[in-house]
Design a protein around this ligand. Structure first.
Ligand code: MN
Length: 257
């Protein structure tokens, strides 16, 4: 009886301490939840982004904004697609409205446009370049090209490794805003080239003309939030998300023309 008199308060105290500790544990687990919910409401869906009425509509993003992370963050993808790309598309539509360019394909617009028309040149280029760029990437992509593109790379560059070094080198040393491309020239040969601003190899002022099959955006808006001044790291990591099946498809489409 005497023993129980001492033991009972001890048991009660132990239960109280354990239950307090459990409460503490629960509190710690619950902390990250509000910020996760907040993140969800901030990030929109690419499918909800629509261009104003006009000849050209946005190319559908074939993956979620966060699918390319950590090579390219969801925040960069969302801004790039829903703001920059949308602006180029809307501006292109308004500048060709009521002109003979209105009913042409984007490739025809690029071939015909007057390079002195800076507005049209920037927005038509911006529309085409980004539309191709989105399709060049994918989640769980990377690796190396296979089949006909792999053989063509050996013929035209000596090896896939040579192509990769050349592409990375051109991308890293390109000064200012622009794009780096893998193109098929008019003789059917693969070439790596760069253009400034939103120019591309389909424009009649192109120094190295051809049909682009792979594109990488070198504007700071494409990587600055993720990499700051480290463009080389962005270019290196791009090789982890290149969708080579799609590039092969682009190559075959040009090669059989
Ligand atoms: Mn861009």
């Amino acid at each position: 009886m005497k023993k129980a008199f001492y033991v009972l308060p001890l048991v009660c105290a132990t239960v109280f301490i354990v239950s307090c500790n459990e409460k503490k544990l629960i509190e710690v687990v619950e902390v990250p939840l509000p910020s996760a919910t907040e993140q969800k409401t901030v990030m929109g869906s690419p499918d909800n982004v629509k261009a104003d009425e006009g000849s050209f509509q946005l190319e559908k993003l074939p993956y979620a904004y966060d699918a390319l992370a950590p090579s390219i963050s969801a925040t960069t993808m969302e801004l790039h697609y829903s703001k920059h790309y949308l602006n180029y598309t809307n501006n292109l539509n308004s500048s060709i409205k009521g002109t003979p360019l209105e009913n042409l394909t984007i490739e025809e617009v690029l071939a015909k446009l007057d390079p002195n028309d800076a507005g049209l040149r920037n927005n038509a280029g911006g529309y085409y370049n980004h539309s191709l760029f989105w399709k060049c990437m994918g989640a769980k992509a990377g690796g190396e090209p296979k089949n006909t593109l792999a053989s063509a790379m050996i013929t035209d560059f000596g090896s896939y490794g040579n192509f990769m070094s050349l592409f990375k080198d051109e991308a890293t040393k390109h000064f200012g805003s622009g794009w780096v491309w893998l193109i098929v020239d008019k003789t059917g040969k693969l070439q790596v080239t760069t253009t400034t601003n939103q120019d591309n190899p389909l424009m009649r002022n192109a120094i190295v003309p051809g049909t682009p099959i792979l594109a990488l955006d070198l504007w700071e808006h494409a990587y600055y939030m993720d990499y700051q001044y480290r463009r080389k790291n962005y270019v290196d990591n791009f090789f982890n998300i290149i969708n080579w099946n799609k590039i092969e498809e682009n190559y075959t489409a040009v090669a059989i023309k």
